[in-house]
Design a protein around this ligand. Structure first.
Ligand SMILES: [Zn+2]
Length: 303
């Protein structure tokens, strides 16, 4: 009987988030050589934030992540920047973690110095480089455990921030196929069996751009209206409802399968010029502000 009770207690841990682990060191954001930090050399930007470098190895891949904690409001949302080449997303998350508290976690592909600031992590013993947003898999639990370390759903939502290329691959879409061909599948004008767009009607800023949108994931067979923050549909957002059947190993699929409060925020990657980055940051932060106001008003903007 005792053994059975122990097994029952252990079961939720097996399907849950798992235990983090790795080498953690406190770092000074003002002297880090990384480009994401080099853009932010004003000490005022880092006031009230602590920065740690976490390194770990799993499945023949070495990882480095930055963990940036709002020390006055450590219990709060989790801000994820999974792609190191998406600088506008990094800058937006930095604003958000200051304003709403919690923890920001950013992947640093500079763990392989030859490939810093790239989308994929090349620090692999063999095989292909790894997309940090296709690595949330129960068979390699350390990765997700480190990305989500310390966070619980009671702390607020997980918000993943991204930038994406213009338009979409018209050959893959089942709608708007006569649009000018672009790359990928992230656009409010793209659709297929998995992605169903709900475009903004007014197309007011920040949704005057078809690449600025929120993904809301939901398990197949469930009503999208019961998904976390579906209320945004009343806020005239660009929303893509993402139907999750078999996980594609992304954080959005992981979140749907684990019933985590979660949103993906996307905007157009308009380049690295300071004004362009500021524009990307401002669009992402505008979506954060409106989403929090509508869906988690108890988490107030401060700082
Ligand atoms: Zn991305």
């Amino acid at each position: 009987m005792i053994r059975r009770a122990l097994l029952l207690l252990a079961a939720p841990l097996l399907v849950g988030i798992g235990a983090p682990g790795g080498d953690t060191v406190q770092v000074d954001p003002l002297t880090l050589a990384d480009d994401d930090f080099a853009r932010h050399r004003d000490a005022a930007e880092w006031r009230g934030l602590s920065v740690e470098q976490v390194e770990f190895r799993e499945d023949q891949v070495r990882w480095r992540i930055w963990r940036i904690v709002n020390t006055a409001r450590p219990r709060g949302p989790l801000w994820l920047v999974l792609h190191d080449n998406e600088s506008g997303a990094f800058d937006a998350a930095l604003v958000a973690v200051r304003a709403y508290g919690g923890t920001m976690v950013a992947v640093d592909t500079g763990v392989d110095p030859e490939h810093d600031g790239q989308r994929f992590n090349y620090a692999v013993d063999r095989g292909w480089p790894v997309d940090p947003n296709r690595n949330f898999d129960p068979s390699i639990p350390l990765y997700a455990a480190n990305m989500l370390a310390g966070w619980t759903p009671a702390d607020g939502p997980v918000i993943a921030l991204h930038t994406n290329t213009r338009g979409f691959d018209t050959r893959l879409s089942t709608c708007n196929r006569s649009d000018r061909p672009g790359n990928g599948v992230i656009s409010i004008r793209y659709c297929d069996g998995r992605y169903m767009p709900y475009p903004s009607l007014a197309k007011a800023w920040p949704f005057d751009d078809d690449d600025t949108l929120v993904f809301i994931p939901q398990l197949a067979g469930r009503d999208i209206r019961s998904a976390f923050c579906w209320k945004l549909n009343e806020g005239d957002f660009n929303i893509v409802a993402e139907t999750v059947t078999v996980s594609d190993r992304s954080i959005s699929n992981y979140a749907a399968l684990h019933a985590l409060p979660y949103l993906t925020l996307e905007t157009l990657d308009s380049g690295l010029a300071p004004a362009a980055l500021a524009g990307q940051r401002d669009r992402l932060v505008a979506m954060v502000d409106r989403a929090f106001e509508m869906c988690v008003p108890q988490i107030r903007k401060g700082g």
